[in-house]
Design a protein. Structure first.
Length: 272
């Protein structure tokens, strides 16, 4: 990557990968090696989670197009070597943002879902993955994404209780799909939603018991959108800032000299 041109975003806005794009690579080892390394980077760089999720779906038979996309991620990381997650003291509260991209995979029409969970102002958990089954409507895919997010939030809440950290208010889950919100809050089981797995309907019990609060947020402010699709450089930068991924302070940059050195560096004078 010496002398390569850096990119401001890890993937192209609106692009969708397919197993039929490009020509099959003759040597798969280099592609596998790079993707495995990038998977490790996502532990501290959630801004590339969507791109790596897409690339991992083609490990069995990568093509020249997938290889080009992988190199784009490397060029983006080269442009942001000194970036990382910043944690700072904040209020004791859980907030979750979740989104889904319906039938986004052109090969099997499965949907992508993602979430980001904040403890106060700090991002502590995130995910970008393809759903295991095909959803028949956008409401269904959003509802499944909502269920996965609430399950993760509930687990974090129980962990905090074991640590004797009690939340002053129920966790808030922000959703940009009004139909999914109505389905989660309405105790009536509609016939047209019976094809959704029953185990996902534990959401209703959590909402009724006020274990979690579901609220609406405009799509433009949906942080989890960065985990489900590609964006323009400007929009990507806005969403990345909301994840609190930014340039490290000058006094912490000395150890960041290469892509392999991208790790979370926490200021010693801040409590996490």
């Amino acid at each position: 990557m010496v002398g390569s041109r850096p990119y401001k975003a890890p993937c192209i806005s609106g692009s969708k990968m397919s197993k039929f794009d490009g020509e099959l690579l003759v040597d798969l080892s280099e592609y596998h090696h790079i993707i495995r390394a990038l998977q490790y980077v996502t532990i501290t760089r959630p801004d590339i989670a969507y791109s790596i999720n897409q690339l991992c779906q083609h490990l069995q038979a990568p093509t020249s197009t997938h290889w080009t996309s992988a190199k784009r991620v490397l060029r983006y990381l080269k442009h942001t070597l000194d970036f990382g997650l910043h944690y700072k003291p904040s209020i004791v509260a859980l907030h979750a943002f979740c989104d889904a991209d319906w039938a986004s995979n052109h090969d099997d029409r499965r949907s992508s879902s993602g979430y980001g969970i904040y403890f106060g102002q700090c991002l502590v958990s995130w995910s970008s993955k393809k759903q295991p089954i095909v959803s028949r409507s956008s409401t269904e895919v959003e509802y499944r994404s909502l269920a996965l997010t609430i399950a993760e939030v509930y687990w974090i809440r129980m962990l905090l209780r074991e640590l004797h950290i009690y939340l002053p208010s129920p966790p808030t889950r922000w959703c940009d799909n009004l139909s999914a919100m109505s389905l989660a809050s309405n105790p009536i089981f509609h016939a047209r939603t019976k094809h959704i797995k029953i185990d996902y309907h534990f959401i209703r019990e959590k909402v009724v018991n006020k274990d979690v609060v579901v609220r609406y947020i405009n799509t433009c402010n949906q942080v989890a959108d960065i985990f489900t699709k590609g964006h323009t450089a400007d929009q990507f930068s806005i969403l990345r800032d909301k994840l609190l991924i930014c340039s490290l302070p000058t006094n912490l940059r000395e150890g960041v000299k290469d892509i392999k050195d991208i790790i979370v560096v926490l200021p010693t004078n801040q409590d996490t």
